[in-house]
Design a protein around this ligand. Structure first.
Ligand code: 5GP
Length: 205
């Protein structure tokens, strides 16, 4: 069984919801709380969704080699604190890194025993709709995230698995992740078999 779960997906892919369902069903999964320089959104609590820090505090942690991985995304910095990560592993938990693709690549390069999954909505149109419906971002931020998504699309083949989160099917995707974690396979309809064809069709679907 994998010792770490790396879960990436476009902003608006539903990874937060899917991850919460998976964690409820598999209590050994523990969400790693990242550090970020992004401002908290309404309802976010420091230390729960993220540890919110200033750019200076973030830079200091980089200098102290305190991150397992870190990256800049949409003009903000995000990183996985090393200590928390290794503490979780030592306690027998399976850390879940809910992170973007550049950081995920760094993390994959440092660990053998990880399960890496990319989550996507069915199409770019659905992604755009979900981001706008979420209503937490300004128009400019939505546009920035959509352009990040196009960049991230190219890095999907680095992941072991690509799952599609179809509308109303979050549980299906969560179950697919748990299958992969427990048995290394899944016959879930959420699993994309032809990754390249999905990527090629994504922007036009
Ligand atoms: P958001 O601002 O929407 O919470 O997150 C933006 C992106 O940053 C998401 O793709 C999220 O998964 C990613 N992210 C969150 N924490 C980390 C982290 O510690 N490292 C990296 N590389 N990405 C992160």
């Amino acid at each position: 069984m994998a010792k770490v779960l790396i879960l990436s997906g476009f902003a608006g892919s539903g990874k937060g919801t899917i991850c919460a369902i998976a964690r409820q069903k598999e209590p050994r999964l523990r969400l790693s709380v990242s550090m970020t320089t992004r401002a908290p959104r309404p309802g976010e609590v420091n230390g729960r969704e993220y540890t919110f820090v200033t750019p200076e505090e973030f830079r200091k942690t980089v200098e102290e080699d305190g991150f397992l991985e870190y990256a800049e995304y949409s003009k903000n910095c995000y990183g996985t604190p090393k200590k928390q990560f290794f503490d979780m592993m030592e306690q027998g938990f399976i850390p879940v890194l809910e992170i973007e693709t550049r950081g995920a690549e760094q993390a994959m390069g440092k660990m053998d025993d990880c399960l890496s999954v990319f989550l996507s909505p069915p199409s770019f149109t659905v992604l755009e709709k979900r981001l706008r419906d979420r209503g937490t971002e300004t128009e400019e931020a939505v546009r920035r995230r959509l352009s990040e998504a196009k960049e991230e699309l190219r890095r999907i083949p680095r992941y072991q698995y690509l799952l599609v989160n179809r509308d109303g099917k979050a549980e299906e995707a969560a179950d697919a992740i748990l299958d992969l974690l427990h048995t290394g396979k899944t016959d879930s309809p959420a699993l994309v078999k032809d990754v390249q064809a999905f990527i090629d069709g994504f922007l036009n679907a």
